[in-house]
Design a protein around this ligand. Structure first.
Ligand SMILES: [Zn+2]
Length: 81
């Protein structure tokens, strides 16, 4: 997961500092292919409000949610063993 230092880490969209109370979204390293239009979000942090203003940002959030849902399903399946 991207390193997030509240008030210091810059938003991948607007390049302003991201604070804890601004709905930060943290993307893990390796989530997006380097040739993908979403590659700029790889291992990055962004304000949710910034991501929600563009189609690319909304797609990145969607991909992150799918990734996290898959991880949760994997952990749940492992716990049933
Ligand atoms: Zn921003």
């Amino acid at each position: 997961m991207a390193l997030f230092l509240p008030g210091k880490t810059r938003c991948a969209v607007c390049d302003e500092a991201v604070h804890s109370d601004q709905e930060p979204v943290m993307f893990p390293q390796g989530l997006f292919d380097t040739r993908s239009p979403l590659a700029g979000f790889d291992d990055a942090v962004a304000h949710y409000r910034c991501l929600s203003t563009t189609e690319t940002g909304r797609r990145a959030v969607h991909e992150l949610r799918e990734f996290l849902d898959d991880r949760v399903a994997y952990v749940r399946s492992r716990n049933k063993l």
